[in-house]
Design a protein around this ligand. Structure first.
Ligand SMILES: NC(=O)c1ccc[n+]([C@@H]2O[C@H](COP(=O)([O-])OP(=O)(O)OC[C@H]3O[C@@H](n4cnc5c(N)ncnc54)[C@H](OP(=O)(O)O)[C@@H]3O)[C@@H](O)[C@H]2O)c1
Length: 295
């Protein structure tokens, strides 16, 4: 599993600067490394570059190798492949690195074709600026096009990062997860805790703040409570795991890589407790059923 860093510098949705400080984030980074988690996902878009800057700063201070994934924003004014290379060089400056491990297209926005971006991605690999290429928020047909375009340049599509959690199971329903397994593409599951809701700490009487409270309103929070209860029961049966650990383990058991966001060392340590054990087949089936009933 990895750590998501959207909240590292984002004020609008994640309340950076008020709910968590740079010191908290550095502690989250160090706690993750100490627990053996060394994969971090960022984007040029997060905090308008601050997430990349903070991550670079923490990596240099730690002096240990980590696996870094970042993302290209296909803004409408970026109309040519060379815009991707320029953006990647900007990310590398903010990260203080010569190369990233994974470079992803953040969204499949028009008007530039998938083939044009994949060609630019292949150029980035050839230039040694990224080791691997990924996409994000691509549906099955777009993913196949990206895969084919890269294959023409002799490069494998490494990953597709999409929303996937017990609340949002579209990748199972629309066959994306199966296709990823068949094609050897890693499905990176974003918002694996449904933006914190699957931790169980948010209830109809205690909704998450701001935008998250609008997305997960009281009615939805009421509907998710039976699932939270089951996450708790399964966690107890598994020797005292938290609802979040069970929810993240479920993603892993489905064959995807969760990248849970963490704002401080405590959250990072708790999330790392997802590793080293596995849900049983019966527990997975029970969670599947509870999540279907919730809908
Ligand atoms: N490619 C894309 O379009 C896209 C979109 C979304 C996200 N992502 C990536 O996926 C990553 C993860 O998604 P996400 O940040 O949206 O949501 P998430 O991982 O589902 O939830 C993260 C939030 O839940 C709370 N939390 C996390 N661990 C906790 C714990 N152990 N106990 C209690 N609360 C805990 C924290 O917020 P509070 O404490 O404030 O509740 C944290 O910021 C992002 O950081 C980003 O890297 C990518």
């Amino acid at each position: 599993m990895g750590v998501g860093t959207w909240a590292w510098g984002d004020r609008l949705i994640w309340d950076y600067g008020r709910s968590h400080t740079d010191a908290d984030l550095q502690a989250a980074f160090e706690a993750s490394l100490a627990a053996g988690i060394s994969f971090f996902d960022t984007a040029e878009f997060y905090g308008w570059g601050r997430s990349e800057r903070l991550l670079g700063q923490f990596i240099r201070a730690a002096g240990r190798p980590v696996v870094v994934a970042t993302k290209f924003s296909p803004y409408f004014w970026r109309l040519q492949g060379r815009g991707l290379l320029r953006a990647l060089r900007g990310s590398l400056v903010r990260l203080g690195a010569d190369q990233v491990d994974l470079y992803q297209i953040h969204w499949p926005l028009p008007p530039v074709s998938i083939e044009t971006w994949m060609d630019a991605m292949a150029d980035a690999v050839d230039a040694g600026l990224t080791r691997a290429v990924g996409v994000s928020n691509y549906n099955l047909s777009r993913m196949r096009r990206a895969h084919a375009a890269l294959a023409r340049r002799g490069i494998a599509l490494a990953s597709n990062q999409v929303e996937y959690n017990l609340w949002h199971r579209a990748p199972e329903r629309n066959s994306l997860l199966d296709a990823c397994h068949e094609m050897g593409v890693t499905l990176i599951a974003y918002s694996p805790l449904a933006m914190g809701v699957l931790t169980g700490k948010y209830t109809p009487d205690n909704p998450p703040p701001g935008f998250r409270g609008r997305r997960f309103n009281r009615e939805l929070l009421a509907r998710v409570q039976p699932l939270i209860g089951l996450l708790r029961d399964i966690g107890q049966a598994q020797g005292g795991k938290t609802p979040a650990q069970v929810a993240l383990n479920w993603v892993i058991c489905k064959g995807a890589v969760p990248i849970a966001g963490a704002k401080n060392a405590h959250q990072a340590e708790l999330n790392a407790g997802t590793l080293g054990w596995r849900l049983t087949a019966d527990e997975i089936a029970a969670l599947d059923l509870a999540s279907e009933r919730m809908k």
